[in-house]
Every structure is written in structure tokens, then in C-alpha cells.
Design a protein around this ligand. Structure first.
Ligand SMILES: NC(=O)c1ccc[n+]([C@@H]2O[C@H](COP(=O)([O-])OP(=O)(O)OC[C@H]3O[C@@H](n4cnc5c(N)ncnc54)[C@H](OP(=O)(O)O)[C@@H]3O)[C@@H](O)[C@H]2O)c1
Length: 270
């Protein structure tokens, strides 16, 4: 049986990818700083930022799915002034470079790298870091694929919940189509094994809605009463902030259904 290594397998997308791989009967190894307790997968302890454990993790591996990232915004669920000036590159650039070089040494058959839609026009430093990581993959001599995805619902949820203390929410009036990580994971796993390589069609969610509509749906679902102050943005500004509508593949789960499935009140009752 072939062996697939998932970096970032403890993250939001990575966990969904691992579930699908295991469900489909694949042998899976997760590269993680803190190995978990799951016993139906192999754990390889290591750190992409330093390279510790990476060479050993690649032993006997056929396919690598690189879903690791260091996004301070996603991690804390909010944007701070520092995020407009810099974003750490140790995982997404130097870590990717290290991973690619060791994959070449280990003669890995396929490296699938996860990235983000619209990076060329996005201006946040995290986007510049992701673009630099992508360029390394494209320039590598390996057999590679890149999948770009729209922002995940969990991130939108975190960003909106961070506004809860404000009575009035300033929200840009701009179209975009965020997606659930479970839909992205389905697509990633399909692309990992369908034999096609290179730049794959990007994936976004099923609905192209104004960001204010996403915010209103969030307020309704969470039974919050806040006023929304629509903020007009030029198209260039919106693209710079990553608000685009993806082309290509569409996920199925809607924002309303995701909000219902992830209702913190219902989770407490359950
Ligand atoms: N979030 C979005 O909206 C979004 C949208 C489009 C594309 N993407 C892309 O999708 C991928 C996954 O994103 P996500 O939101 O699922 O990420 P996430 O939940 O923040 O998970 C990041 C993963 O990377 C691992 N990681 C971080 N630093 C590491 C290090 N030094 N060494 C090894 N592993 C490390 C984390 O491990 P720990 O458990 O040790 O922290 C975690 O497993 C990324 O490539 C991201 O750019 C994300």
C-alpha cells in the first residue's frame, strides 16, 4: 500500500484530508510538532520551521500533501496592525523549500501543495509569503500539483466572532465565495491520486455573496443583534484584501449550513 505524508495534518484542512485518506483506505503519516493520539495513522514528530524530523518522516513515502502553514491571522482569529507589515515565513517559505529539497532526495512521486486564490493581487504580507512558497513548488524538479482555495468558513467565523464586542460592524460590500475545508479536502484527495499534475483548478464555495450578506447570516445564526455599516471598496482594494470570486471547482456546503452545523450552543447541549 502506498504511503501519504500530510504536513499540517493537525490543522483544519489537514484533519479533514487525513479523515478522507483514512476513510478511503490509504496508509497515512502525519508530520506534526505535537503528535496526536489517533492510532489509525502514523505520526512523525518534527518541525518544518527547523527541519527537525523531516528526513525521517519522508522515509518510504510516495505522496506528500503540504497543508502546513503559519498564519497568525487564522491562528488568533483577528487582524492586528502588525499583519499589514509582516508575516513569518519560516514554515511557508523556508519550510517549503526544505520540504521540497528533501522530497527530491527521497524521490517522492508527487507533492501536492495547498495555496490560496488570488495571491498575485493580494497585498497582505501573509499572501506574499504564500506566493513565495508557491513559486518554490512551481520551480522544483519534482512532480507537483498546486491547489488554490478560497478562505475557509472557520476563518470567516473566527473573524466575525472577533467583532462581537462592537455594536456596529463595518463590513466591506464586496463579493466573494468562501468554502468549507471539508469540500477542499475532498478535492485535494481526488487531485492527489488522479494522475494529473501542475496547477489545478481553484476551489471556492457554492455561493457568490456580498460580505455583508455573510455577516448578516452569521448574526442571524448566532442570534446576535448588531448593525452592519456597509463599506464600499474599489475592486483593486477588494482584490488586495483577498476578496475575489474563484473560478473552477465549487464546494457544496453553504455558509448557512456550516453555521448550523457549528453552532456553539448546540455543541454545548450535545
Ligand atoms: N484558512 C483559510 O482560510 C485558507 C484558505 C485557503 C487556503 N488555505 C491553506 O490551506 C492550508 C491549511 O490551512 P488551515 O487553515 O487548515 O491551517 P491551520 O488550521 O492553521 O493549520 C496549520 C497546520 O500547520 C501546522 N504547522 C504550523 N507550523 C508548523 C511547523 N513549524 N512545523 C510543522 N507543522 C506546522 C500546524 O500544526 P500545529 O498543530 O503544531 O500548530 C497545523 O497542523 C494552508 O496551506 C493554507 O494557506 C487556508
Amino acid at each position: 500500500m502506498t504511503l501519504t505524508l500530510v504536513t499540517g495534518g493537525t490543522g483544519h484542512l489537514g484533519r479533514d484530508i487525513v479523515d478522507r485518506l483514512v476513510g478511503a483506505g490509504h496508509r497515512v503519516r502525519v508530520f506534526a510538532r505535537s503528535p496526536g493520539l489517533r492510532s489509525d495513522i502514523e505520526w512523525a514528530k518534527g518541525d518544518l520551521a527547523t527541519g527537525t524530523g523531516l528526513r525521517e518522516a519522508l522515509r518510504d513515502v510516495d505522496t506528500v500533501i503540504n497543508a502546513a502553514t503559519c498564519s497568525p491571522i487564522a491562528r488568533r482569529g483577528g487582524i492586528r496592525p502588525i499583519d499589514f507589515f509582516r508575516s513569518p515565513s519560516a514554515v511557508d517559505v523556508e519550510g517549503t523549500e526544505r520540504l521540497l529539497s528533501l522530497c527530491e532526495d527521497a524521490e517522492i512521486r508527487h507533492v501536492l501543495h495547498v495555496s490560496i486564490v488570488g495571491l498575485e493581487e493580494a497585498t497582505l504580507p501573509y499572501a506574499r509569503v504564500k506566493l513565495a512558497g508557491e513559486r518554490l513548488v512551481r520551480a522544483s524538479a519534482l512532480s507537483w500539483s498546486i491547489i488554490r482555495a478560497m478562505p475557509f468558513y472557520y476563518l470567516l467565523d473566527r473573524l466575525l466572532s472577533g467583532l462581537a464586542w462592537l455594536p456596529v460592524w463595518p463590513v466591506p460590500t464586496t463579493l466573494f465565495n468562501p468554502v468549507d475545508s471539508s469540500d477542499v479536502a475532498d478535492y485535494v484527495v481526488t487531485c492527489a491520486f488522479d494522475g494529473i499534475r501542475g496547477e489545478r483548478a481553484e476551489i471556492g464555495g457554492p455561493e457568490d455573496l456580498d460580505l455583508t450578506a455573510f455577516a448578516r447570516a452569521y448574526l442571524d445564526a448566532r442570534r446576535l443583534h448588531r448593525n452592519i455599516l456597509p463599506i464600499g471598496l474599489s475592486e483593486a482594494r477588494a482584490r488586495g484584501m483577498g476578496f475575489v470570486v474563484s473560478k473552477g471547482v465549487r464546494g457544496r456546503l453553504t455558509w448557512a449550513d456550516w453555521l448550523q452545523r457549528n453552532d456553539p450552543g448546540l455543541r454545548r447541549v450535545a
